[in-house]
Design a protein. Structure first.
Ligand code: CS2
Ligand code: MG
Length: 408
């Protein structure tokens, strides 16, 4: 290492599709260090790839990679048209790559640079789904046998052909289908509200009192419906009920909060601390779900966590299959070193994804650990990645039975 500051000499964007699309940022320095960042935005991958390639990469050449916060501020305040998932995912990818380089420069895993471990390992939850209750209970048993101590339970809904979070047979659930246009699902909230409490009660009766059960409503209810559902499932003792309403209007959560004590989790679609502010400072939620990539990287997720800590709101970051192993690694470094971190979502990946993204993080007995490799601890096999070019894929959309659009 020379005494002079290192400089960024190359910024590349890899779009690969080993079973599903991932966008990965590669930052290379004059000292020969490589940092990786995840820039995957499910269904809008190429928007972020272009934002990075065409507007961010040229601005990074020659910058000092050690100046992580200054680069964050430069890309956030310097763009003028700020916030939103595309911008913040791009900034998040740069932030992850620079923290990766910082770790490699110092020979330290990133969690050590964030203040060191405050826990030995990170509690995780995974998904279980089944169209009918017996199938769901079997799926819950299957992940319990793999050691999971927390499980998200999703089922089909009578009168529906397609429902969020559930596959009818076949491999694990992947929402973004390889299609030229979004699949249109029909959604009937009343049918769901009649059905969900019984499904969750059956899951609790099956697993006993210990296992943490979670459920994702996926933005589908009005405040009154959310309050009704919360009350109906209070005896299920859920770890959290997620995204009960579309949370752009956060004041509506006051109504939900007033009528039910069920723990609420929101935030996976939010991208900055400012969007989470009311949810946290008004105690409208128990868990903030912002994702380390879509919310501006490690640097910004720590800001969100710090605000949440003041109000005793805990961190439960988003981590489904459309968050790459690079982002999962970054989330785990935050999780290991953040006092009010509660739980990490982990859907798992197809075997090929583990080959493309070779990672130091590991799963054991219901917990994850980022590993001790310098930086984030993930290296991308670029030759293998290049064999799987991008394929158009879109998340579904949902319409009510009368044909009007609703939230998917
Ligand atoms: C879901 C996600 O994991 C979750 O909590 O909300 O699967 C979400 O549907 C996808 O990330 C959308 O791409
Ligand atoms: Mg969710």
């Amino acid at each position: 290492m020379s005494g002079a500051a290192d400089t960024i000499t190359a910024v590349d964007v890899l779009v690969t599709s080993p079973g599903r699309n991932f966008v990965t940022l590669k930052i290379t320095t004059a000292e020969g260090l490589v940092g990786w960042g995840d820039a995957t935005l499910n269904g809008r991958e190429l928007a972020v790839a272009s934002y990075l390639r065409d507007h961010v990469a040229p601005l990074l050449i020659g910058r000092d990679p050690a100046r992580i916060e200054d680069t964050w501020q430069y890309l956030y305040r310097g763009v003028y048209w700020r916030r939103g998932p595309v911008t913040m995912t791009a900034i998040g990818a740069v932030d992850l790559a620079l923290w990766d380089i910082k770790g490699k420069t110092t020979g330290q895993p990133v969690y050590q640079l964030l203040g060191g471990a405050v826990r030995d390992r990170v509690l995780t939850y995974t998904h279980a789904s089944g169209w009918e209750v017996p199938e769901l209970l079997d799926a819950i048993d299957a992940v319990r046998e793999r050691g999971f101590l927390a499980v998200r339970a999703q089922s089909g809904v009578p009168g529906h052909d397609l429902v969020y979070g559930v596959t009818r047979g076949g491999p694990g659930y992947e929402p973004a289908g390889r299609v030229a246009a979004p699949v249109e699902e029909v959604w009937d909230t009343e049918s769901y509200l009649r059905h969900a409490p019984g499904v969750l009660a059956a899951a609790r009766a099956h697993v006993g009192p210990e296992l943490r059960l979670l459920h994702d409503v996926h933005h589908r209810l009005t405040p009154g419906q959310a309050a009704r559902l919360g009350r109906a499932v209070e005896d299920v003792d859920l770890f959290w009920l997620e995204d009960v309403t579309p949370a752009e209007n956060q004041e509506v959560l006051r109504h939900v909060r007033h009528h039910t004590t069920v723990p609420l989790a929101i935030g996976e679609v939010f991208n900055t601390v400012w969007e989470c502010q009311s949810l946290i400072t008004e105690q409208l939620i128990d868990y903030i779900r912002t994702c380390v990539t879509h919310a501006g990287g490690i640097s910004h997720l720590r800001r969100i966590a710090a605000l949440a800590d003041i109000w005793q709101v805990k961190l439960g970051p988003h981590g489904p299959s459309d968050v790459s192993p690079v982002a999962l690694a970054a989330s785990l470094h935050v999780g290991l070193s953040t006092p009010n971190f509660a739980i990490q979502e982990y859907m798992g990946y197809e075997p090929l994804v583990h080959e493309v993204f070779r990672h130091a993080w590991s799963y054991e007995d219901g917990h994850l650990h980022p590993g001790e490799a310098p930086g984030l601890g993930v290296e991308v096999d670029e030759e293998l990645a290049a064999r799987f070019p991008y394929e158009a894929a879109y998340l579904p959309v949902a319409r009510r039975r009368d044909g009007s659009m609703t939230d998917w």
